[in-house]
Design a protein around this ligand. Structure first.
Ligand SMILES: [Zn+2]
Length: 272
């Protein structure tokens, strides 16, 4: 079956649509995945990999190095702009309303800036534009503090900035609102159960720019792939497990290329 035939019916049926995004869509906005050399960080005489920096254990030992790394990343994200793929996904939410849900692994906040609502966006790895109390005095999120200037790579946190990076409620250290490698998904901060619950009954899964390296997205992909009635679409520059799910499914679609190209094309099938 061709793409239009599989996807056009969603225009006015009552079925559920889930978009799942990963680093690939943000790379098109110039945000590196940070798994490569851009994410390496020198502390003293040692160079650390992102998988070592983005951990609770590193934050406990070396909070200001971890914060310096995140302030640099925050600067990169802040200066990036949503691309045509992000805008197409925001438009999908407008069209499909409560039939639509976005699950993103990206912490850059670009989907929200493009116009997706917080209510219908599960940011399962957090959002770099928020902080929370490292002492967990409250589950509340706090907006990224004003007064922190743009950072270059390896630029340290100043004493003034350290004062800003504290919990406004109890005064203890604040942390980035990010799921670290040595932490688990949960509902309170990462809406993991909500995301999984929604995806359980989705009729269309549209996967964009993710390599499938993380656990929750893989579970969602496997679950939808087992449903013979669902439609599964993979948009990516390279092979990945979601592509295998789509390729092996009767109602699967593989689109080899960037989200910025294919998402507006798919959207045009649904525009009134
Ligand atoms: Zn606190």
């Amino acid at each position: 079956m061709d793409t239009a035939k599989l996807l056009e019916p969603f225009k006015d049926n009552n079925k559920r649509i889930t978009v799942l995004t990963g680093a690939g869509i943000s790379a098109e906005s110039g945000i590196p995945t940070f798994r490569g050399p851009e994410g390496y960080w020198t502390v003293g005489s040692r160079e650390y990999r992102p998988e070592e920096m983005a951990t609770h254990s590193m934050f406990t030992q070396n909070p200001w190095e971890v914060w310096a790394w995140y302030l640099y990343r925050h600067t990169v994200c802040k200066n990036a702009k949503p691309n045509s793929g992000h805008h197409a996904i925001a438009r999908m939410e407008e069209l499909f309303k409560d039939r639509f849900c976005l699950i993103t692994q990206n912490v850059d906040g670009l989907h929200l800036r493009a116009g997706n609502s917080l209510e219908r966006t599960f940011q399962i790895h957090g959002n770099i534009n928020y902080t929370r109390c490292a002492g967990e005095c409250t589950p509340r999120l706090f907006e990224f503090p004003e007064g922190i200037v743009d950072k270059k790579k390896d630029q340290p946190v100043t004493e003034e900035e350290k004062k800003l990076l504290t919990c406004p409620r109890c005064g203890s250290l604040a942390r980035p609102h990010i799921l670290w490698f040595d932490e688990c998904y949960n509902e309170t901060w990462y809406k993991a159960e909500s995301a999984m619950g929604w995806a359980t009954s989705t009729d269309l899964l549209l996967v964009v720019g993710t390599a499938g390296a993380t656990n929750l997205p893989m579970q969602i992909g496997m679950m939808v792939a087992r449903n013979p009635e669902a439609v599964i679409v993979d948009i990516n520059l390279s092979d990945n497990p979601f592509r295998q799910f789509a390729a092996g499914h009767d109602r699967g679609i593989v689109l080899d290329g960037p989200g910025g190209k294919f998402l507006p094309e798919l959207l045009s099938l649904w525009e009134p």
